[in-house]
Design a protein around this ligand. Structure first.
Ligand code: ADP
Ligand code: MG
Length: 307
């Protein structure tokens, strides 16, 4: 097992950030931690990278305990923090040489920096100051820094947040290619990111795991249902909407608005129309929406369903 987390709880003062979390990640997997702000994603990543200790439970990387054998763990983990604090006054090569020097012998530094510049696509910017780089290139510097000691496990905390759409695609591609050789754990609150990059998704909410499955399994789960959003002119009775043939469940989505769920192959539109006519209800809008990973996420974390 590349990463093993068992019964981890983390309490900051009074705040329980992680609550009895366990999972295992095999070598070479690319796993997404998906969850809203405050879910505990960063806390989990900091514990695995030995930046903070847990309150209870244990974590290990390649069999080394993050508390008892933290030096061994640090050798095997590359960590890109959420708000990657770079030295803005330093030049790209200067900074990477500095980081490489912590891990490598002096005569190996320049070669390793060359390799990292190459792998992360930093060549055109390598002689600039970090402060003058775009956010996308700064993230590349962050990734180069995280990988400079060739760790087995890469931990990337919200690696694409704040990037523009082009930079986002570039960085996702870079992470995908890095993921071919490494175990990668990345955190995000964007479902598409998980779909684009990860084999597996661990959904976290309020410090607990609410789902842990292959990304394609989660996608299948979502595509088993279809959702129909309806807005009536006046109020409708939820319990009667539930009794419409084919309706599996109903969610209130605003004033006189409801989302009706059915099996994916069951189109409720005509049935609903008949129901409205029979009950003297006027339909203002009617919209079919395919449920997405986002929908599942909202269901699992107990928030109102999005579209
Ligand atoms: P995420 O990365 O999913 O947004 P975090 O792990 O950063 O979540 O935070 C989880 C919870 O722990 C939040 O409620 C947050 O406010 C709290 N928290 C995080 N760091 C600290 C800290 N250093 N001191 C106190 N509370 C913290
Ligand atoms: Mg975070």
């Amino acid at each position: 097992m590349s990463v093993k987390v068992s019964h981890i709880t983390k309490i900051y003062g009074e705040q329980k950030a992680l609550d009895d979390v366990s999972f295992e990640i095999g070598a070479g997997q690319v796993v997404g931690f998906l969850g809203p702000n405050g879910a505990g994603k960063s806390t989990m990543m900091k514990i695995i990278s030995c930046f903070i200790p847990q309150t209870e439970g244990s974590a290990s990387v390649q069999g080394f305990d993050t508390v008892e054998q933290s030096i061994e763990v640090r050798k095997r983990v590359g960590y890109l923090p959420e708000h990657n604090p770079l030295y803005l006054e330093m030049y790209v090569r200067e900074y990477l040489s500095f980081v490489a020097g912590i891990h490598l012998k002096g005569n190996q530094v320049a070669k390793r920096v060359d390799e990292m510049v190459d792998i992360t696509g930093l060549a055109p910017e390598q002689h600039k100051k970090i402060g003058s780089l775009s956010k996308g290139y700064r993230q590349r510097v962050g990734l180069a820094q995280a990988m400079i000691h060739d760790p087995d496990v890469l931990i990337l905390d919200e690696p694409t947040s704040g990037l523009d759409p082009n930079q986002l695609l570039d960085i996702r591609q870079l992470i995908t290619s890095l993921g071919k050789q490494k175990t990668v754990i990345l955190s995000t609150h964007i479902m598409q990111e998980v779909e684009a990059i990860c084999d597996r998704v661990i959904i976290i909410n309020k410090g607990k795991i609410v789902a842990d499955d292959r990304t394609d399994q989660i996608q299948q789960l979502t595509s088993r249902e279809s959702a129909l959003e309806v807005e009536f002119e006046s109020t409708a009775d939820v319990s009667r909407l539930r009794q419409i043939p084919g309706v599996k469940r109903v969610q209130e989505a605003g004033k006189n608005k409801f989302v009706l769920y059915s099996d994916a192959n069951n189109d409720l539109r005509s049935t609903l129309f008949e129901y409205a006519v029979a009950n003297n209800l006027k339909i203002l809008t009617l919209q079919r929406s395919e449920s997405s990973l986002e929908e599942i996420f909202h269901q699992l974390t107990g928030k109102k369903g999005g579209k």
